[in-house]
Design a protein around this ligand. Structure first.
Ligand code: DX5
Ligand code: ZN
Length: 242
């Protein structure tokens, strides 16, 4: 059964924090996702890299299936893989709630987004730093989430690219003009000192890998450490509210 996001927060744009498992301890992945969700994360960001579309290799649908069996309920899959269509089916079977694709990784992005929705998941479209946001206009009816990359995809722990803020603002304008409920996610280099600017630009869903899983160990439990970072990120967001 897919998680009903509406029972946690209104889908209408409460900010969500999505820890990226790329920075987690893979030897203890089940506990790691339990800990970040217990610490207040809204969903878990699952980065899939294929050593072809991006120069790194991460995890596939078998790992997601295991995490679902373990109890992971809320997961957003970011496919950095090419070709992408067959993987979409695999990740739907594995239980993804959201699946995002890069337009460059599909011959027919409109069809790929349709495959995601037909499978019962929410469809996301991801924009690299070098990809124009204009790609969104003809596809906006087909998306439930727009992912703006604020680093080049392939690695965690990179520095936030400030040029991504203009793209977030442009995406926000297109989303608002559409009148549809579309999440606006930012991914890459999100930390305490960058999250507020991303929020002010119009993002509502914040991926953070190294900021959360790389939190310094305080001597308490890892859940306590994650809770401290997530609370600090939320304070930065709250400080932006009128
Ligand atoms: C980069 C991935 C990101 C990354 C985020 O290719 O898509 O999700 O893991 O990691 P941080 O937050 O460390 O930049
Ligand atoms: Zn990602």
């Amino acid at each position: 059964m897919r998680h009903d996001f509406a029972d946690r927060r209104s889908f209408a744009m409460q900010p969500w924090i999505a820890p990226s498992i790329l920075a987690a301890d893979f030897a203890r992945l089940g506990e790691e996702v339990d800990d970040v969700l217990a610490a207040g994360a809204d969903l878990v960001h699952f980065d899939v890299m294929d050593n072809h579309y991006v120069p790194n290799l991460s995890v596939g649908p078998l790992v997601l299936e295991s995490l679902r069996r373990h109890g992971l309920a809320r997961v957003d899959v970011h496919l950095m893989a090419k070709p992408v269509d067959r993987l979409i089916g695999d990740f739907i079977k594995a239980g993804a709630d959201f699946i995002s694709i890069h337009p460059e990784a599909s011959e027919h992005p409109h069809r790929s987004l349709g495959l995601i929705r037909e499978g019962g998941a929410k469809a996301g479209l991801a924009f690299n730093p070098g990809t124009p946001i204009a790609f969104l206009e003809p596809l906006i009816e087909a998306v439930d989430l727009v992912l703006v990359m604020s680093v080049n995809p392939g690695f965690g722990g990179q520095a936030f690219l400030p040029s991504s803020l203009a793209k977030v603002r442009a995406a926000r304008r297109l989303i608002d003009a559409s009148g549809r409920e579309i999440r606006l996610q930012i991914d890459g280099g999100i930390q305490r000192d960058t999250i507020a600017a991303a929020f002010a630009a119009g993002a509502d869903t914040f991926v953070a890998g190294s900021a959360i899983f790389g939190a310094p160990a305080s001597g308490g439990t890892r859940m306590d450490d994650y809770q401290a970072v997530i609370a600090a990120l939320r304070r930065e967001l709250d400080a932006q509210r009128p």
